[in-house]
Design a protein around this ligand. Sequence first.
Ligand code: ADP
Length: 553
Amino acid sequence: MAMSLVAMILSFMFITAVTQSISIARSQEGLATQAEVIASGIKLNGKRFLDETVFGDYLRVTWVSRSGEVIYDSDKDVRSLGDHSDRAEIKAAQKNGSGSASRYSTTTKTTEFYYAMRLDDGTVLRVSGGHTTYSAQVVSLLRPTLIVIFLLILMSALFAVVSSKLIVKPINSIDLNDPKKGKRYRELEPLLVKLHDQNVRVSRQIDELSRSRQQFDQVTEHMTEGIVAANSRSTILTCNSAAAELLGAGQVSEGQSIFALNRSDTFRHCVNDAMGGKRSECVIHTDGGDREVIASPAKSPDKINGVVVFIMDVTEKQQLEVMRREFTSNVSHELKTPLTTIYGSADMLANGIVKPEDVQQFGGNIRSEADRLITLIDDIVSLSKLDEDAVPRETEDIDLYDLSDEVVRRLAPAAAEKNVTGDITGSHVVFNGCRTVISEVIYNLCDNAIKYNNDGGSYTVKISQKHSKAVITVSDTGMGIPQQHIGRIFERFYRVDKSRSRRIKGTGLGLSIVKHGVMYHGGEVRAESKPGCGTTFIVELPLHKNTGTPAEE
Ligand code: ADP
C-alpha cells in the first residue's frame, strides 16, 4: 500500500509537470497564430480594427510604436503605460521580427506569456495571455487524484489480504509434528528437514526422560520413606505417595506448593532453611504419628535450584525413646528405694543407735530390701536378655504340663504362706521353645495368681491345644484387675494400685517379662478379669513357629 501510494504521488507529480510544459508550448504557439491574425487585421484597417475588436478576458493585445510608446492596449489605458521598448519580447521583435517572453504576475498569481511581432511599418504588435502555474494545476488535479489514490489503496489492501492469505496458507498447513508431509515451499525445505530431525531427536529424548522418570517413580513409590523434590519457587516436582501419606496431605498434584503438604510452622521453617541453602532436620507431629523431616538444598555451584525433602515415620522410634527414658528413671527410682532403706538401717546399726533387741528387725529389713533389690535386678536382667532378640537361644521340646507342674510345686511354699491352693489341669502339650523363657512366663503368671489372690483362694494352670496353638491358661480367684488397667498391665513398671502394691511385693516387671517371653516365641498373651472375682491370663504359642521377634510393649 505504501509503495503504491509513493508510486502514485510520483507519477502524479511527473504527469502534471509534463502536461504543464506541453500546455505552455501550446499556448505560446496559440499566441503566435493569434498575433498573425491581428496583424493582418491592422494591416487592412489600422487602429480601427483594434478598437472594434473585442479580445476577451484571456487575451491582451498591445501595439507599440517604433519608439516604444504604447499606441493601443486592450486591457489598460495607454496613458498609464510607460515606455515599452525595454521589454524583452519587444526588443527581440524589433531586432529579429518576433520575440517571446514570460513573466510571473504576483497580482494574478499566473505566469504571463508574451509574443511580439514586428509589423511592416516598424511598429510592434504584442499579444499576451495568462497561464495557470504548476501549483494551480496541481490543485485542480488534486480531487480526481485523491479519488484514484483512495481506490488504489483499497485495491492494494484487498490484494494484500488475499495474497498474504495465499502465501501463508501452505505455511499454516505444515504439520509441525510431521513437517515432511504435504505440499511445501521449496524455499522452506531446509528448515522443514531440520525441524523434522529435531522432532525425531526431541521425541527420542522425551522417551528416554519418561523412561527414567518411570524408573524413578517405581523406585520411590515402593519406598516406605517419603520423598519430595521442589524447585526454587517451592513448586513440587515429584512427590511419592508415602510422602503425601506421612504428611497427611491427601491428593498431591504436580505444580502444587510444597508448603501445602503440611501446614505446620516447623515443616515450613525446615523447608525454608533448605531453600536458603542450609540442610535442616525436624520432627513434626501429624494425626498419623511423628514424622522426621530432613530437608536438603539442591545446589548448583552458583545458585540453589530447589529442595529435596525426606520424610520418615518415627512414631515408634519416638515412643521407644519415651519408654527408654521412662524405663531408666523407673529403674533408678526402684533401685534407689531399697538401697536407701538398706543404707539407713546399716548406718543406724553401724553407729550403735539401734537397741540390741531391735537389731534383728533391722537385719530383717535389710534382708527383705536386699531381696527386693535382687528380684528387681533379676527381672531387669531377664528383660534385657529378652530385649537382645539377636541372641539365638537353645530350643528343646518342652512338655508344658510337666513344666507348669514343676513351677506350681516350686511356688507351693509361697502359696501355702498365702493360704492359696494351686492346681494344674489339661493335657501334655509339647512345645518346642526355650525352656528358661517359658518357665519364667509360667512362673510370673503363677506368682501373680498367688500374690494377688485372696486368703483361702485358688489358682489353676490349664494346658491345652487349640488348632495349631499351645494354650496356657492361668486363672485365679483373686482381686481381679479393673477394666481400665488391663491395657497397661504389660507395660514396664506398671502397677495397678500403687498403695496396694506397696503391701504386695513386686517390681512391675513380671508381666513385661511374660509378654516378651511369649512374643519371643511368636505367641500372644492377653488378660481377662472381673474385679473381685479373679483374673485369667491366656497365653497362645504357635506350635509350628516357635521363635519370633520380641516387640516392645
Ligand atoms: P508386679 O511385680 O507388680 O506383680 P507385674 O508386671 O507382674 O508386676 O504385674 C503388673 C500389675 O498387674 C500388678 O502390679 C498388679 O496390679 C496387676 N496384676 C498382675 N497379675 C494380677 C493378677 N493375677 N490379679 C490381679 N492383678 C494382677
